[in-house]
Design a protein around this ligand. Structure first.
Ligand SMILES: Nc1ncnc2c1ncn2[C@@H]1O[C@H](COP(=O)(O)OP(=O)(O)OP(=O)(O)O)[C@@H](O)[C@H]1O
Length: 215
């Protein structure tokens, strides 16, 4: 099993419990949609799986590593090398070109593979745009760069939070298709938060969060 989320409890300071005994697991190469109403804890769960935040009890095991046992350095290493994130806001670096944005995380992780980068660039339809800056790209193009950047390191786990939430229907479908096919190429597992039943239906499984639990 690549990712095991075991009996997780999470309450923010001065808040009510957001996750109450949540468990789920994901195998290598599997894709899982997390759905649920606004405020049901979807992003919280994603952040915990990406070691961006801590939980109160339970355990998350990523490829044999128990996240609760990692110190800050271990968490930083995991985020750099094993887990990649794609957000609704594309979060590209405005002062870097498309090519530089694409290779940014791979450089940080010391894992630049020019052939893989070229494949990503071509597959994502970015070959003619490599010298452009993010402000001169459409939303769909920006998100394709963000997906390429996330996959350039060949992460074990890709976490995507409403990755097509800022795109129109056509761009959204195209971006999702590309993301699913490239995730399959890398053998990574995908955990994707979405409000859309249409998008959720494209993934292998769906986990629905309600009242802090998987319904
Ligand atoms: N950093 C924080 N501090 C305090 N409370 C928080 C924090 N982040 C989230 N919350 C609260 O935790 C609950 C779950 O938030 P979360 O963002 O995980 O939900 P969500 O299902 O992703 O929502 P949405 O679909 O609107 O993005 C909400 O009630 C939210 O207000």
């Amino acid at each position: 099993m690549l990712l095991e989320i075991q009996n997780i409890h999470k309450t923010y300071p001065r808040g009510r419990p957001v996750l109450n005994d949540v468990s789920l697991s994901l195998e290598r190469g599997q894709t899982l949609a997390i759905t649920g109403e606004s405020g049901s804890g979807k992003s919280t769960l994603l952040n915990l799986a990406g070691a961006l935040d801590s939980f109160d009890s339970g355990e998350i095991v990523l490829d044999g590593t128990a996240l609760s046992r990692l110190d800050d350095r271990g968490r930083a290493l995991l985020r750099r090398e094993d887990v990649s994130l794609v957000f609704q806001q594309f979060n590209l670096i405005p002062s870097l070109t498309v090519a530089q944005n694409l290779s940014f995380h791979a450089r940080l992780a010391n894992r630049v593979d020019p052939e893989w980068l070229a494949h990503l660039t071509a597959t994502l339809g970015l070959a003619d745009l490599t010298q452009r800056y993010p402000e001169h790209l459409s939303g769909g193009q920006q998100q394709r760069v963000a997906i390429g950047r996330a996959l350039a390191v060949r992460p074990k786990l890709l976490l995507a939070d409403e990755p097509t939430g800022n795109l129109d229907e056509t761009a959204s479908a195209a971006v999702l298709d590309l993301m699913l096919s490239l995730v399959a190429d890398t053998g990574a597992a995908l955990l994707l938060v979405t409000h859309s039943p249409v998008i959720a239906a494209r993934l292998d499984r769906t986990a629905h969060l309600a009242n802090g639990r998987i319904a």
